[in-house]
Ligand binder design. Structure first.
Ligand code: C2E
Ligand code: MG
Ligand code: MG
Ligand code: MG
Length: 291
């Protein structure tokens, strides 16, 4: 029996691998026109100040609804788009779409000076020598003061050209566009980046937040990351907060802001607007009494 099973299993394993490769290729081919076909949209996840409990902004997250496959996760399609280079055109679409919403929300007075929309930007986009200039031109076209926008650098590829990245980030800092290093402590994000590049914010990855209550080592790591960020003049946003206990601990160690299902999931634009209006109408909360 073992001899019979061996080859069969190998074959089905190969078939599965081929099927997966076909699936990836199919996605990679259909992603190119996905935005033009209206299959892409943005959802917005609120970010809150841990000390005042007010909404300080939101992160824009990309969603793709494939005509036959249905929703495809960015965890799956962003790396494909980064590998093929399609992330450049997709990234431009994301920026335009985010600015379109910022303009609308400004008109509705949802946004004030302390409220910004963060957009995820791939290392490959930042590698363009005209990234910052094009971004500023775009903001002008949309009639938006730059500080309403902030960026999160998603680190799935090493920043290959540090010199250029620094030039781009410096240009953005000049006009008060805050830039965060995303998923800090995972993947390729490294101490070299915060040492050499002008980031204003460090995002603690969900990996360090999810087991805070049960693992002392994770509490130590979250504390160390927060102290490290403060030591280099960055503020800290924790992502993936799902419980009050996690929020309480992060507040106690001086983490400035939070994001996660405990507060709100990423929401379509109109739902996000309604959520914010409801939330901001609540009386300012005494954090000691938070429930
Ligand atoms: P990210 O930038 O670190 O975004 C945070 C991810 O965590 C989002 O997943 C969000 O939906 C999820 N999340 C937030 N709060 C919670 C929570 O409390 N619990 C759990 N389990 N998850 C939570 P999403 O939307 O699937 O995005 C995944 C990644 O895809 C993002 O990670 C980002 O790296 C990338 N991405 C998304 N949109 C864009 C984009 O427009 N451009 C680029 N370059 N990358 C994007
Ligand atoms: Mg992000
Ligand atoms: Mg993140
Ligand atoms: Mg993350």
């Amino acid at each position: 029996l073992p001899q019979k099973n061996g080859p069969v299993r190998v074959q089905s394993y190969n078939e599965e691998l081929e099927a997966r490769q076909r699936h990836r290729l199919h996605l990679q081919q259909s992603i190119r026109q996905a935005a033009e076909r209206g299959e892409m949209s943005l959802v917005f996840q609120p970010k809150l100040s841990l000390s005042t409990h007010r909404v300080i902004g939101a992160e824009a997250l990309l969603r793709w609804h494939h005509p036959t496959l249905g929703p495809v996760s960015p965890v799956e399609f962003i790396p494909l788009a980064e590998a093929s280079g399609d992330i450049l055109s997709i990234g431009e679409w994301v920026l335009d779409e985010a600015m379109r919403h910022i303009a609308v929300w400004r008109e509705k007075r949802l946004l004030d000076d302390a409220f910004h929309i963060a957009v995820n930007v791939a290392a490959r986009q930042l590698a363009r020598h005209d990234f910052a200039d094009k971004l500023l031109a775009r903001l002008k076209e949309h009639g938006i003061p730059p500080y309403f926008l902030s960026l999160e650098i998603t680190e799935s590829g090493i920043l290959s050209d540090m010199h250029n990245a620094r030039a781009q980030l410096a240009r953005l800092a000049q006009v008060n566009i805050a830039v965060a290093i995303d998923d800090f402590g995972t993947g390729h994000s490294s101490l070299a980046y915060i040492k050499t590049l002008p980031f204003s914010t460090l995002k603690i990855d969900r990996a360090f937040v999810m087991d805070l209550e049960h693992k002392e080592v994770d509490r130590h790591l979250a504390l160390a990351i927060t102290q490290l960020a403060h030591a280099v003049g960055c503020d800290v946003v924790a992502e993936g907060i799902e419980t009050k206990a996690q929020a309480d601990y992060l507040r106690s160690i001086g983490c400035e802001a939070a994001q996660g299902y405990h507060y709100a999931r990423p929401l379509p634009a109109d739902e996000f607007y309604d959520w914010c209006t409801r939330w901001q109408a609540l009386p300012p909360m005494n954090n000691a009494l938070e429930s």
